[in-house]
Structures are given as C-alpha cells and as structure tokens.
Design a protein around this ligand. Structure first.
Ligand code: SAH
Ligand code: SF4
Ligand code: F3S
Length: 442
C-alpha cells in the first residue's frame, strides 16, 4: 500500500501570501498530500517567503539553513521555496550558492504549476527553478484549503503600479490586474452557501480596482454587489491608498451594512518632503482632510495605518510632522516600521540613509505617541455592546474566547468553544492598548 505523502508549509508576509499558501495547500490536497504535524515527518516542505523588509528575508535564510540537517537524514525530502523573495534573481543566486539542498524554486505568478514541478522534480537531481517575471492572465478556480470555515480571503486584484520608492512589492507581484467582478461575486456566493460569514477582499490598492477591466467596474460598485450576497454578514478589505480614496467609497462604506466599520489607510510619513520622495502622491494636508471627512461621515469608524520611520533624508522636523499626523488622526492602531533598504528600489540608492540609532529612537517615540491614543480609543468603548465574530479559544486563557469586533479589534471574553464561527453580542468591560476584554451578552 502506498504511504500517504505529507507536506508542511510555512508562510511569511502579508495576507496575500497567507492566501497564496491556502491555494498551495488546496493544490497539494488535490494531489492527495496531507498535512504533516512536524518537519521530521514531512515528505515536502514549502517555504512561502516575503521580501518587504530585511528581517522577513533573514528569517527565511535562517530557517532554510536548519533544513540542511533534515535533508541529510532524509534525502527523499523535497524542499520547495516560493513567494516574493523568489521573484528576485539575486535571491535565487544566493539560494543556488548557499542552500543547494533546496529542490524546487517557483514564484508568485505560477503557483498553479506546482503539480507539474513536483512531477518534473522527481526525474531530476538539479535544483528546479521556474519563476515568471509577470503574468497577464489570472488563473481562476484553483482549489483552496482555507484556514477557517467562517472567514475567508478573496483576491480582487493582483500586483501594484504605484512604485512607492521604498517598496519591493511592485517588483515581486508584477503589474496591477483586477479579477472580473462576476468571478469575485461567484466566489463570495459560493462561500456564503458553504456557511462563511466574513470575507476580506485583498489587493495592494483596492481603490484602483477595475481600472484594467473592460467594463470598468469600480471598487465601490463591487462593494454594493457583494453587500447583496445573502448569508454573508461582514465584508472587509485591505489596503486603501489615500491618493485615490473616493467619496464614492466613503458613501459605499456608509450605505453597505455588511461592510465593516474599519478603514486601513497607510500614511507612511507626515512630512510633505518625505511623502514626495516616497512617491506617495498626496500630502499631509490632503491626508488629514481625508481622515476628517471619513470621521465626519462614519463617526464610529476605526482607523488604522502604516507608518515608516527613518526613510532616507528624514530629519527630526520631518519626523515631528509624522508625530503631528498621529496626534491629529487618533488612530485605533498602527503598524510601525523601521525603514529597511530594499535593493532594486530607488530609495535604496539614496545617499542620505538615516543611522540605525536615530531610527530606533524615533521608532520608540512614535510608539510612545501611538499607545495612549489607542488606549483612549479602546477605553471609550467600555460599557458598549459590540458584535463579535468568535474566532478561537484565547491563546493565554483557555476558559476564554477571542474574536473580532466589526471595527477589527481583538476582544477576549469567557465562553464556550461551540461559539467559534458565530457572531455574538459582547459587552466591553475593560480596555488595554491593543485588546479589549468583554462579557458575553446572553
Ligand atoms: N500595498 C499596501 C502595503 C504593502 S506593504 C499599501 O500600500 O498600503 C505593507 C507596509 O510595509 C507598507 O504600508 C509600508 O508601511 C511597509 N513597508 C514597505 N516597504 C518597506 C520598507 N522598505 N521598509 C520599511 N517598511 C516598508
Ligand atoms: Fe508598495 Fe506602495 Fe504598492 Fe503599497 S502601494 S504595495 S507600499 S508600492
Ligand atoms: Fe506581501 Fe511580503 Fe510579498 S508583504 S506582497 S509577501 S513582499
């Protein structure tokens, strides 16, 4: 009897990568691979990698190094590496030179070729490399093994055309391409029939959804269509670029009851000089106006953002502009990053790199500014009743559940595991900087 083959997949990076890994797992399941519980028993190990910052990259190299021993003990083990790092020739060269125990390299545009690559690999002893620079077509209907059975990612577009000068993503994900609205709608309907309650629409810049489509469906139009899908209860999306956040989108968020009260709107820097160098195409005043407009139109919205400190040429005065935006915008939370040099991007060649110690000091100051604001936003919810999609047993206390509010805040409360996947009413009883505590309303 044939022993079942086992796979293990490890994923770094953003939700786009997480969803790609769900597709890779779907493909492997269709090849009758099952999930291994540890590296030792795996016949196939796949690393899905991220290149957005240096520390993401270093983690992958560290993990790959550790696989050398496993490969020695089990020469039949197949090691595959894919994702954003593999789109870069320089990275592939490093793998060829230093990590020759890797068997298969593929990229972000040809996940669907995995079955063929596994087959081809069996007949070869050399490293098999298949990476496409870009791809014009979108491959529909890949099998997908979703991590949850109540919330799901849906790609609405791939790639990015913005070329922010610090960012590697346009080079790893290619040019912007939108999926046909009817395909997205079909996927959402199928998911709702299977019992899914929440969908998250994925794209690097969802506001430019539809620009390359013949029928020019816009993102707000897509939201209205999805809002009509029976059975779905929540619609989320990531990410909005401030340069083209339209009034139509704000109206759609207001009108569509299923679209969650949360907007992730990265501003990156508060300094107009730095924003220009970053090629972000908006200035501080425009960003602050947007925030005001959104908060006026949708008063209970949660606003989150991404911020980079230490972009080349950033002075103390520039940094103070960033602090000023944080104070004025009152974000519910923020992802903060130290600028990381990405070879191949324009900012990497900039001669005015900010010294590490200065970056770290500013980073700490930024957190010190963000934290009390987040705490204040969370504290204002104490005593309020919120709807929560229950996601898991709490990691720190097994008598508690964890879930997300409509505003995407993590909340913990006592309750039974049978509630996982359900939307329940919870009263907020306490607030911390990044999380809420609650009590189930029976
Ligand atoms: N498309 C999304 C985000 C993509 S990457 C958007 O435009 O909002 C997620 C975040 O990583 C970015 O918003 C940015 O804040 C950060 N980032 C990207 N490149 C970086 C770099 N070289 N150094 C530090 N942070 C970076
Ligand atoms: Fe990167 Fe800018 Fe594109 Fe976002 S919009 S993925 S930050 S280039
Ligand atoms: Fe995402 Fe990292 Fe690629 S952030 S798009 S996995 S470089």
């Amino acid at each position: 009897m044939n022993k079942e083959k086992k796979y293990l997949i490890q994923t770094w990076g953003c939700q786009m990568n997480e969803h790609d890994s769900e597709k890779i797992e779907g493909i492997l399941n269709s090849l009758e691979y099952i999930e291994a519980s540890n590296k030792e028993e795996a016949d196939l190990i796949i690393y899905n990698t991220c290149l957005v910052r240096e520390n993401a990259e270093l983690k992958v190299y560290g993990n790959l190094g550790e696989l050398k021993r496993l490969k020695r003990e089990n020469p039949n083990l197949i090691i595959a590496v894919c994702g954003c790092m593999m789109q870069k020739e320089e990275v592939r060269d490093v793998i060829k030179k230093k990590y020759s125990h890797v068997d298969i390299i593929f990229g972000t545009h040809n996940i669907h070729k995995l079955p063929q690559l596994i087959l081809d690999h069996d007949q070869k002893t050399n490293m098999l490399i298949d990476v496409w620079e870009d791809s014009k077509e979108i491959i529909e209907d890949l099998p997908t093994k979703r991590k949850y059975d109540f919330k799901a990612f849906i790609n609405i577009m791939y790639g990015c055309n913005n070329f922010c000068t610090y960012c590697i993503v346009p080079y790893t994900r290619g040019r912007e391409k939108s999926r046909e609205a009817k395909d997205i709608l079909e996927e959402a309907i199928k998911l709702s029939k299977e019992g899914y309650k929440e969908i998250t629409l994925l794209g690097q810049n969802v506001n430019s959804y539809g620009k390359n489509l013949e029928d020019k469906t816009t993102f707000p139009e897509l939201l209205y269509m999805l809002n009509d899908v029976e059975g779905l209860e929540r619609i989320r999306f990531m990410t909005s670029h401030p340069k083209d956040l339209s009034n139509e989108l704000i109206s759609a968020m207001k009108d569509c009851d299923k679209v969650c009260n949360h907007l992730h709107l990265p501003f990156q820097s508060g300094s107009n000089r730095i924003l220009k160098k970053m090629n972000r195409k908006y200035n501080k005043e425009q960003y602050l106006n947007l925030v005001e407009k959104v908060r006026t139109e949708i008063p209970d919205i949660a606003l989150t953002t991404d911020i980079i400190v230490g972009f080349p040429g950033e002075t103390e005065a520039d940094f103070q502009e960033t602090i000023d935006v944080v104070k004025k915008s009152k974000f519910d939370s923020a992802f903060t990053f130290l600028y990381s040099i990405r070879e191949g991007t324009p900012a990497a060649k900039d001669e005015e790199q900010v010294p590490d110690d200065v970056k770290h000091k500013r980073f700490d100051k930024l957190l010190d500014t963000l934290k009390p604001i987040s705490l204040e936003r969370n504290t204002s919810l104490i005593g309020k009743k919120v709807k929560v999609l229950v996601e898991d047993i709490s990691k720190n206390d097994s008598s508690k559940l964890s879930g997300r509010t409509d505003t995407s805040k993590l909340i913990h409360f006592k309750g039974d595991g049978s509630l996982i996947g359900k939307i329940v009413d919870v009263c907020v009883i306490d607030a911390k900087t990044w999380t809420l505590e609650g009590e189930l309303v029976e």
